[in-house]
Each structure stands twice: as structure tokens, then as C-alpha cells.
Design a protein around this ligand. Structure first.
Ligand code: ZN
Length: 463
């Protein structure tokens, strides 16, 4: 290809990149709360719907309020510091959302509407009963997420309208009503852990599939949440006062007044301004760990083969995603033999205690949470493995301290087979042994040397 032609091709390529970027910049990514790297955090993204060009600040205010509502609700509050919050601002031509019941139509970016499927407060974006094309709603959300933050965990479309409304599903939709934060937490129950509504009001046509917090089962021994129910609590459980603060089997859930049951008299999945019941909180907690894993970081990185000095202890440690009130248990083993540790999340190894070749260090981590009694998939456990070997090039550490007329040298007595050498240059072929200093193993060694004019460097070398 001749240079002129290459130049044209390059120019055309740059133009295409420019066009692509311009397309992507239709949405603007806003960082609202940062608690950790995107790759090891839960990333909550709020998308602006029905906010005009002048409403970006208002959107940020509403987005922070909704995020606080979600993350401030137990059990999310316990794991709040593992969440990041982002906003995606896109401009709508008009503010608000459609309200067919009032004859109101608004020209908005994601085409949101109240009164979906005939329910006033059901606020959705397409596809829905009035517009079956995903491209007009969820497709736009997904495209923006892929362009701006493909690592998102939960996406919520925040609708700039003060009327109460929302919907769950893969993408949350919530209004900027003053109860929106509460509603957002409820909808998050659907989106994050696939919890069901514990309402008794009918929703004709809704599939009769059980969720973690709804059931038709009335046999105690087969009840999903039986570990939360006291043996003295009758099954099914009456709505009467003595049982209202206990876990049991309360009739009325999943849009049925009869034949469907919920775990507690009240729960955020039934009524706003109530906490999630223990069964819902357990599901949400399991989902936090399923998404994040149990181990947040390790030092050194677990993937690498780790050389361990024969003379200096090497520390292996880990950090988990536990909440402050979770307990962390770790069983450490070296080549399948238990290791004693003083610190639960760290252990020290020294090369002299390792066998030849590769050694296997394992940390079997388990989180015990007051919120979890059933963990069939082992979401609260994780195994960390390091492959470690004795570093063949390791040398004893040498501490050097200058005194008035010379230097003091200190090294550990395990350094058998080494001798002390000095030099005038760091990169020298003229290291000279200090006479009479073959180092035997055992004890702690110290040497005082008068400082010769040009001797500046000291090392321990193998005999
Ligand atoms: Zn519940």
C-alpha cells in the first residue's frame, strides 16, 4: 500500500472511531459512589429517564437518594461497602412518563409508562403491553450499559416523575416519588435475588412459579425455610398477634389470598416501610456472595507460584467480603497438614520448613452469617490455593547499622553455609571475604567492623 493511500485509510479509520465515540457519548457515565475496583465490587447503575437537558443535577440527587434507599436497607446495609454506584445520564425531550389513565404522553428516552398491564402503579419500559418492541426500551438500556459499564450488576431506570410506581425484573424501573428509595429496595428484591411479591392481591396471568420466599408447600419437613421456624410455631401459621413477629407459614402470597404462603406476617416484599423478612434477607445475602465470591483479595496473588525465602518468613493473607457481624473461619493447610495460626486470615511460611519442589498451601474460607441458615450451594465458602516453593536464590537478610567508627552487621543464625563479603562497588567482581566469618547455623550473629575508607557494600554469599 502506498503511503498516500495508507494515510487515507488511517484517516477514514479515525473518522469511524470518532463516529463510534460520538454514538457512545449519547449517554454520560457519572461516578456517584466508589468503594472499590469495578472488577471486585457490586456495581449499581441508575439510568436517567424523563430528565431533560437541564435536569442532570436533579437526576444525580434522585439517583443518590434511590441508591441510599437500596443500600441502606438490611441486608444490603451490611454489605454496602462492597457496592459502587454509577449514573448514566441521557437526555429526554420531555420530563416525566406516560400516564395513559390521565391521557398524558411524554416524549422520553426509554418510553416509560405507568398503568402497564392495567395497573396504575406498574411503571415499565418496553417491551410492555402498549409497546412490544424491546428496541424502544430495554434494548436502549442494554446498549448503554454495554457501551459505558458492561461490568454492571444491577441496572435501575430512574423515572423523573413524582407519582408512585415501579417494576422489577432484569432491569429495575422506579419513579422519583419520595417513597422511591423504599420502592427501589423492594424492586431490588426482585432483580437481585428473584424474590417474589408476598402480596395477596390478584395478578391474573402471572405464572404460578415459586420464589425463594413464596410456596404452596404446607408440610413442615418439606418447607424451604424450615430452619427459620420454631418447632412450637404452628404450620400453617395464624395471622394472630402472638405469631406476627415469628417466622412461620402465613397464607397470602404470590398474588393469591389462598393456597400460597409467605414466611412472615410482614416483609418489604409485601408492604413498603417494613424490613425484608429473614427468608428474603437470607436470599439476598446468598446472592451478594454468589456474585462477589467470598474472598475479596489475597496477598500474594493466588494465581502465581510463590517463592519463599529460606530465611525470612513470607506472609500469606486474605481479605473477605464479610460484613462486620459475619464471622470468618479459615482452615490453613500446608501439603494437607493443618497449620496453626494466630491471625485467622493470615499465615507465615519460611522456606526452610518447605519440602523440595512445589508445596501446596490452602486456605479453606467459610463465612458464618447471622443472616444465613441455608446455603445449599456453598455460596459462603471458598478455597484459596497457592503453589509455593523454597527460593533457591534466597539469602539471609543482613542488617547494617552505622556506628561512630564503623558498622554493625546483624544476621540470623539460620544462615549456615554463608560467608560475609565486602566490596567498594555494588556491581563488583571484587567481593572480598571478611576473614574468619564462616557462618554456622544457630544463634544470632553480630559483627563490628571498622569502616575502611572505600568499603561501602556488604553481602552474605554462599560458601
Ligand atoms: Zn419476605
Amino acid at each position: 500500500m502506498n503511503p498516500r493511500r495508507l494515510q487515507i485509510v488511517l484517516y477514514f479509520h479515525l473518522l469511524l472511531v470518532g463516529l463510534f465515540r460520538a454514538g457512545a457519548s449519547e449517554g454520560q457515565l457519572l461516578v456517584l459512589v466508589t468503594n472499590g475496583p469495578i472488577s471486585t465490587s457490586l456495581n449499581l447503575v441508575m439510568l436517567a429517564e424523563g430528565y431533560t437537558r437541564l435536569d442532570q443535577e436533579l437526576f444525580e440527587t434522585h439517583a443518590r437518594r434511590a441508591a441510599n434507599g437500596i443500600l441502606g436497607a438490611p441486608p444490603f446495609s451490611s454489605y454496602q461497602r462492597y457496592f459502587n454506584v454509577f449514573g448514566i445520564f441521557v437526555e429526554s425531550r420531555e420530563a416525566g412518563a406516560d400516564k395513559p389513565q390521565l391521557g398524558i404522553q411524554r416524549d422520553t428516552y426509554f418510553n416509560s409508562t405507568y398503568r402497564s398491564f392495567g395497573i396504575d402503579r406498574l411503571l415499565t419500559i418496553p417491551p410492555n403491553d402498549v409497546n412490544r418492541s424491546p428496541e424502544d426500551g430495554e434494548g436502549k438500556v442494554n446498549r448503554l450499559l454495554m457501551q459505558l459499564i458492561p461490568e454492571y450488576d444491577v441496572a435501575a431506570v430512574l423515572v423523573n416523575d413524582s407519582d408512585y410506581g415501579g417494576s422489577g425484573g432484569p432491569i429495575l424501573v422506579i419513579s422519583a416519588n419520595s417513597a422511591a428509595a423504599e420502592l427501589a429496595a423492594h424492586e431490588m428484591g426482585h432483580s437481585f435475588a428473584r424474590l417474589g411479591d408476598e402480596y395477596s392481591d390478584p395478578f391474573p396471568g402471572y405464572p404460578d412459579i415459586e420464589e425463594p420466599n413464596t410456596t404452596r408447600e404446607i408440610r413442615r419437613e418439606l418447607l424451604k425455610w424450615r430452619k427459620w421456624v420454631l418447632a412450637s410455631t404452628p404450620i400453617p401459621t395464624s395471622d394472630s398477634l402472638p405469631f406476627r413477629n415469628l417466622l412461620g407459614l402465613f397464607e397470602g402470597a404470590h398474588y393469591h389470598a389462598q393456597g400460597w404462603y409467605r414466611p412472615r406476617y410482614e416483609c418489604k416484599m409485601r408492604r413498603l416501610n417494613r424490613p425484608f423478612c429473614e427468608v428474603c434477607a437470607e436470599s439476598l445475602t446468598l446472592n451478594v456472595f454468589t456474585r462477589l465470591g467470598v474472598v475479596r483479595s489475597t496477598a500474594p496473588l493466588r494465581s502465581a507460584a510463590v517463592p519463599v525465602s529460606a530465611f525470612l518468613p513470607q506472609r500469606f493473607s486474605l481479605e473477605t467480603f464479610a460484613a462486620p457481624d459475619d464471622a470468618v473461619h479459615v482452615e490453613w493447610t500446608l501439603n494437607a497438614s493443618p497449620l496453626a495460626t494466630t491471625d485467622v486470615t493470615a499465615v507465615e511460611l519460611i522456606g526452610s520448613s518447605l519440602g523440595d519442589g512445589t508445596n501446596v498451601l490452602k486456605a479453606s474460607v467459610r463465612i458464618e452469617s447471622p443472616r444465613v441458615r441455608n446455603d445449599p450451594a456453598g455460596a459462603l465458602g471458598e478455597l484459596v490455593v497457592w503453589h509455593v516453593f523454597r527460593d533457591p536464590h534466597s539469602r539471609p537478610p543482613l542488617q547494617i547499622r552505622q556506628t561512630g567508627d564503623g558498622v554493625e552487621l546483624l544476621w540470623p543464625g539460620t544462615a549456615g553455609g554463608f560467608r560475609l563479603e565486602t566490596s567498594t562497588e555494588p556491581q563488583s567482581s571484587s567481593w572480598r571475604q571478611v576473614p574468619g566469618t564462616p557462618l554456622a547455623a544457630g544463634g544470632f550473629w553480630m559483627l563490628r567492623l571498622p569502616l575502611a575508607d572505600n568499603v561501602r557494600f556488604f553481602r552474605l554469599n554462599r560458601e
